[in-house]
Design a protein around this ligand. Structure first.
Ligand SMILES: *Cc1c(COP(=O)(O)O)cnc(C)c1O
Length: 383
């Protein structure tokens, strides 16, 4: 469990992000141990967090980067990642973003439509380049997660549908400035069981066998990200089950000779190493409810407001003998969705108490906004 240095915190303005870099290192070690096959390549989905200290650790651990915008490509290059380890996904790549990727010879564009494929081909032609491309396939798998973060079902803005794939592959193979090198999949996010990944493997085997029979092979198979973390018990389960995750692929996917398997993990890499630290401002006694009004809001962590997500709310120095009391833990933003938890059973709270909202390392700091003219918070590190 992350031990929070309360005395150190007392001198600081809240809210702030607290990153346990030691835990991040252990997490990266686990990833490297369990993905230690010659043909496995793990990329970090940089959209989860671009904090420079975190990127440095991830780069040192040898991971590549999965980007979804030109800004993310720039962030990855600035952090010292090799362009050869950068892949670029996203449904709406602008011309300048495609040019940027080509200019730096990034490893691969993950292409999501025919329309995008032909734009990349013509920009590459103009620049005298060849774009390495993987086609993002929509495998029609229900990943059993929240509908906002399920991306692998058929009717979806992401990816190319199975029925259209033959045609897109034919087109890609005949485009002069496109080198078709792979297939790409990403079935959703916060997936905490291995079953959907096994189903994905079966689907991939089916597809690669079908195309191999036609003489079409792919150098890379990219299975995306989506491995979930334990939001309810982050202190008990600080590191996701990477062993089970990578084993699921190892046991189920059939790879050809020299075929590479690529992963793009975001949340599972950085989610548990970050906490949002906040002070209780007021304990307001309503008619039937008690509200713990804290100084962090959805401006610092938007997941609860955006996806009805729940994060563990942990008082940093709980009053041991105090009775447990139910609180609605809410932020200061002028929106009723600015709520971290309803009827949270917590040791009695008082003004000034410190609270950690855990598992805030992924999709926390990167989604921070200045709504209500709030200041962007600082980050503190445990190394
Ligand atoms: C968001 C995203 C990921 C990472 O997802 P996590 O759930 O954070 O692992 C990987 N690949 C693509 C294409 C994505 O959009």
């Amino acid at each position: 469990m992350t031990n929070f240095p309360l005395e150190e915190f007392k001198a600081l303005r809240t809210p702030f992000y607290y990153y346990d870099i030691e835990l991040l290192r252990k997490t990266l070690d686990e990833i490297n141990i369990h993905s230690n096959y010659d043909n496995y390549h793990v990329h970090y989905a940089i959209k989860a967090n671009v904090n420079a200290v975190i990127l440095e650790e991830i780069r040192k651990a040898g991971l590549g980067v999965d980007c979804v915008s030109g800004g993310e490509i720039e962030a990855a290059l600035n952090a010292g990642f090799d362009a050869q380890k950068i892949v670029f996904a996203g449904v709406g790549k602008s011309d300048w973003e495609i040019e940027l990727g080509l200019q730096h010879n990034i490893a691969c564009f993950n292409v999501e439509s025919i329309e995008e494929l032909s734009v990349i081909n013509s920009i590459a032609h103009k620049m005298g380049k060849t774009a390495r491309v993987a086609l993002r396939v929509n495998p029609n798998i229900d990943a059993h997660t929240h509908h906002y973060i399920t991306t692998g079902l058929a009717e979806n803005k992401f990816g190319i549908n199975l029925e259209a794939l033959d045609n897109v592959i034919d087109l890609a193979l005949n485009m002069e400035n496109i080198k078709l090198q792979g297939l790409h999949f990403h079935i959703g996010s916060q997936i905490t069981i291995n079953e959907p990944f096994k189903i994905l493997c079966d689907k991939i085997n089916e597809l690669t066998a079908k195309y191999a029979a036609k003489g079409v092979t792919f150098k890379t198979i990219n299975v995306g990200g989506g491995l979930g973390i334990d939001y309810e018990n982050p202190s008990q389960n600080p590191i996701p089950d990477f062993k089970g995750y990578f084993n699921t692929f190892h046991e189920n996917i059939k790879l050809g000779d020299n075929q590479e398997l690529h992963f793009e993990l975001g949340r599972s890499v950085v989610g548990q190493c970050g906490s949002l630290i906040s002070r209780v401002l007021y304990v307001k006694h309503g008619t039937s409810k008690k509200f713990a009004i804290i100084d962090a809001g959805f401006t610092e962590l938007i997941r609860p407001a955006l996806y009805q997500a729940h994060h563990a709310i942990t008082p940093i120095a709980p009053r041991v003998d105090a009775p447990l009391t139910k609180y609605d833990v809410v932020g200061p933003i002028c929106e009723s969705s600015d709520c971290f938890g309803e009827d949270e059973l917590l040791p009695q709270l008082e003004r000034g108490d410190f609270i950690a909202i855990q598992s805030a390392g992924a999709y926390g700091e990167i989604m921070a906004s200045q709504y209500n003219c709030r200041r962007l918070p600082m980050s503190i590190y445990k190394r």
